[in-house]
Design a binder for this molecule. Structure first.
Ligand SMILES: *Cc1c(COP(=O)(O)O)cnc(C)c1O
Length: 486
């Protein structure tokens, strides 16, 4: 590619893009994104490339000369169209029903752009006070919107923070729980096989990963059986806790799930919470996907008992209209979190921190540096309002209900589990092989994209609704495509 002349105003010999150059290229890039969203339906949902295909189209070596020209964005976007897009699975396609949705929305991207543009590091209050204070206020709003307990507000002994992911939230919950269970000694002595953690067979894999990372030891992880509705069995949990205590171990943490990844089952949080309180165990609730349901009073039954939890998380980047990464994490015991994570080297000392009057979010998660992520959440909340966010959740639930009705009306298929949120698990009656074949036929055709799970051993298709662009007409068309593929 030739290096054109920098014809824009304000050009200097500097290697950096000037603000005027950024303005021009920025408009071109924003136009490209808007065109992409407007035309996303023309692409096959699932990328059809083979391993190595995209990498092979890139130069083997990085350029020695830069492309500092007025054509920079045009050339970059041409390569994006030609090289990158074939390797994109279109998560924003209205016929994307795989995994869980990972929505991006206009207001969210605008907030993210502003965060990138400001480019602050919000590790300490003192490194950009607004980065901390906007986040604190927006998280208090989220606690209010989701009807979460007062103990999660910044005005209590708890508070909220944005983590990158539910996986990081699980890690933070593990270390806070260990800190509390050990009376602070775990920092010096390590876990040394003394502590136990409890999940169910349906719990997300991030919890096992967190337990491994925190050095609890996977032999100390108790994976509790589930009932016929795939909910953690509290009788088995109670037995496991009692057995561990009798063996001289210290139960430190239970992770309950509201909306499991496989089927959106909801653990009996209230009973689990009572058990935890009776045994002085930290309860973390993973509501990564289904937390958004709590926006709607009529769906809040799913969150019964949440006030018994010591920490809670939901992903803004799943059903809450905010682009990755934005995990909304609350704790009612911020002292345990900070006690577990705070290390204060000389170069971070400052009077605001020492005055104890401010929050330093670096002590609330693994990384030191942090982006101004609350801007995108603030932007989303402002654009939609509580009303608009609720409307999005309700439309997902209604579309799932509609889809389930279509499935039920066809004798060849069966619905496999309850569908109280916007995921429907279904399968062809009979053999797994027919279901595997149906899934691969559908995904190869590119009109829609579904993923699978196993429910009580049976190969099952998951239809996860929630992309903001998905309408009833899309669901109708998707069902016709599925029926035709059998
Ligand atoms: C998706 C999911 C996770 C992991 O989410 P990340 O934010 O990508 O780490 C954890 N738990 C549950 C229940 C999930 O559905």
């Amino acid at each position: 590619m030739s290096v054109g002349v920098r014809t824009l105003k304000g050009v200097t010999d500097s290697p950096h893009m000037t603000p005027e150059e950024f303005r021009a290229h920025g408009h071109t890039v924003v136009d490209w994104i808007a065109d992409y969203w407007a035309g996303v339906e023309k692409y096959p949902v699932l990328s059809q490339v083979s391993p190595g295909e995209i990498a092979a189209r890139l130069p083997a070596h990085p350029p020695e000369q830069g492309e500092r020209s007025a054509d920079f964005s045009k050339n970059m976007l041409a390569d994006l169209d030609e090289i990158v897009l074939p390797g994109i699975t279109h998560w924003q396609h209205p016929q994307f029903y795989a995994y869980f949705p990972a929505p991006t929305t206009g207001p969210s991207v605008l907030g993210d752009m502003l965060s990138a543009g400001l480019g602050v590091q919000g590790m300490l209050w003192a490194t950009s006070p607004a980065c901390t204070e906007v986040e604190t206020r927006v998280m208090d709003w989220m606690a209010e919107l989701l009807g979460l307990p007062a103990a999660y507000r910044s005005t209590s002994a708890g508070g909220g923070v944005i983590q990158d992911s539910a996986s990081s939230a699980a890690l933070v919950a593990v270390v806070a729980a260990l800190h509390r269970a050990s009376g602070g000694q775990v920092r010096e002595r390590g876990a040394n096989g003394r502590f136990t953690v409890y999940t169910s067979t349906e719990t997300h894999s991030s919890v096992e990963k967190a337990v491994n990372m925190a050095g609890v030891g996977s032999a100390q992880l108790r994976v509790i059986e589930v009932d016929d509705k795939l909910r953690m069995r509290t009788d088995k949990l109670a037995e496991a806790i009692a057995a561990d205590k009798a063996a001289g171990l210290t139960p430190a943490l239970v992770v309950a799930t509201i909306g499991t990844t496989s089927t959106t089952a909801v653990d009996p949080v209230r009973v689990i919470g009572e058990l935890c309180q009776a045994n002085n165990i930290w309860l973390h609730i993973d509501a990564a996907y289904a937390g958004a349901a709590a926006l709607c009073p009529e769906l809040r039954d799913s969150h019964d008992g949440v006030e018994l939890a010591d920490s809670y998380c939901t992903d803004g980047h799943k059903w809450l209209l905010t682009n990755f990464d934005c995990d909304i994490f609350f704790t009612s015991d911020r002292a345990a979190l900070i006690g577990a994570l705070s290390v204060l080297p000389e170069y971070l000392r400052n009077t605001a921190t020492e005055s104890d009057a401010v929050i330093d979010y670096r002590d609330w998660h693994a990384p030191l540096g942090r982006r101004f992520r609350s801007l995108k959440l603030w932007s989303v909340i402002r654009w939609y309002g509580a009303e608009g966010m609720r409307a999005h959740v309700r439309s997902g639930v209604a579309l799932a209900e509609y889809f389930a009705g279509l499935v039920e009306a066809d004798d060849r298929f069966e619905i496999v589990t309850d569908h109280q949120f916007s995921l429907v698990c279904f399968r062809l009656r009979g053999e797994d092989a027919a279901n595997e074949e149906l899934l691969s036929t559908l995904n190869a055709a590119g009109e829609l994209y579904l993923t699978h799970t196993r429910v009580r051993g049976a190969y099952t298709l998951r239809f996860a609704i929630g992309a903001p662009q998905t309408t009833r007409a899309h669901v109708t068309a998707a069902w016709a495509t599925i029926q035709a593929a059998v």
